[in-house]
Design a protein around this ligand. Structure first.
Ligand code: NAP
Length: 324
């Protein structure tokens, strides 16, 4: 029987259980994908801890790459033998093999291997919609990217630089600062030791940035609002440090008619046409070498608990894979 990591209760990494699972033939509209690599993402931690509740027991994981082994009735997006990758639900990517709605799958271009594919889909499509849809970054825009050495951060930093932005990144350590700088940050701020809001004002000559991409959440949200120029855009897209407390809207007026959005990849890729268009943009910048996808950590799939511990302890940089 194939194996998968499943959760039967929420809690620490110990709840990730390596289970033998039954796998039915793909239902109509589904494809069976044998994974060659699975992507690790911070959202997996939220599902495991219960911050984002899911009915239990449940699979876990939203990103993988592999080969289509079988298709159900009515599938025309992919064929048996295709090399594919995906980001998104339903949960269950931490598996050797799985069934998934075929409309979630993208065919991998020839030059992109399974490991790069699994590493780039969720974080790369996120960078794509954040920089190209939520707030369309233009040359000359000053942008602030938190956790710039992380999974989304390292991809977004390179992409923003390629778009001609002035990129300011925050990181939690000197080693991460060097990494962020090497990937295109014009200015790097260690927010563990420096007041990032004051530094952003200094760097932008008092003006503030056009947009903040904030996946850190609780610890940075207030400072992020204070880093914006008038009419600037606050993009709160994650909560690695904990959920953001409720916001009194009057603050947006007082701080200069600010915009706030709390987006998710799922809304931006719910329609297949949007998923394909965003995927094409991502494959384009990766294929041209403007954005390099870097896997800095790999773990055996059955060791997913250790990967979660390291991610939550801020020990990882770039992208992380789980290998079946
Ligand atoms: N809304 C969406 O569509 C969407 C999609 C993908 C990801 N996300 C969000 O984007 C964020 C980044 O995701 P990722 O998978 O690429 O993870 P990641 O950035 O590789 O890892 C999280 C990073 O957050 C920073 N961090 C700051 N305070 C932290 C704390 N108290 N605990 C843990 N980490 C902390 C750490 O970097 P430093 O040490 O440098 O501070 C850490 O490495 C997450 O919040 C995730 O949920 C949202």
């Amino acid at each position: 029987m194939p194996h998968a990591i499943r959760i039967h209760q929420t809690g620490g990494p110990y709840v990730l259980s390596w289970d033998a699972v039954d796998l039915a033939a793909p239902a109509p509209g589904e494809a069976r994908v044998r994974h060659h690599a699975v992507g690790l993402n911070y959202i997996d931690v939220y599902h495991r801890t219960g911050l984002y509740p899911v009915p239990l027991p449940s699979g876990i994981g939203l990103e993988g790459a592999g080969i289509v082994e079988a298709v159900g009735e009515g599938v025309d997006e992919v064929r048996v033998g295709d090399r594919v990758a995906y980001a998104g639900g339903p949960l269950g990517a931490y598996a050797e093999v799985r069934n998934i709605p075929a409309h979630r799958l993208l065919r991998l271009p020839d030059g992109i291997g399974f490991e790069t594919g699994a590493a780039m889909m969720l974080q790369g499509l996120t960078a794509a919609y954040l920089l190209r849809r939520t707030f369309r970054v233009q040359a000359g825009d000053a942008v602030l990217i938190h956790a710039a050495a992380g999974g989304v951060g390292l991809l977004a930093t390179q992409w923003a630089k390629a778009l001609g932005a002035l990129v300011i990144g925050t990181v939690g350590s000197p080693a991460k600062a060097a990494l962020a700088r090497a990937h295109g940050c014009d200015h790097v701020i260690n927010y563990s030791t420096e007041n990032f809001t004051a530094r952003v004002r200094e760097i932008t000559g008092g003006e503030g940035v056009a947009v903040v991409y904030d996946g850190v959440g609780k610890d940075t949200f207030a400072g992020s609002l204070d880093s914006l120029r008038p009419m600037g855009m606050m993009v709160s897209y994650g909560n690695a440090s904990g959920p953001v407390p409720p916001l009194d809207l009057i603050q947006l007026s007082q701080k200069g008619s600010l915009f706030v959005t709390r987006p998710t990849l799922m809304s931006y890729t719910a329609k297949r046409a949007d998923l394909v268009a965003l995927g094409d943009e991502l494959f384009g910048v990766v294929g041209s070498g403007q954005v390099r996808v870097e896997v800095h950590q790999s773990y055996a799939l059955k060791e997913a608990a250790q990967a979660h511990r390291d991610l939550e302890a801020r020990k990882t940089t770039g992208s992380t894979l789980l290998l079946p």
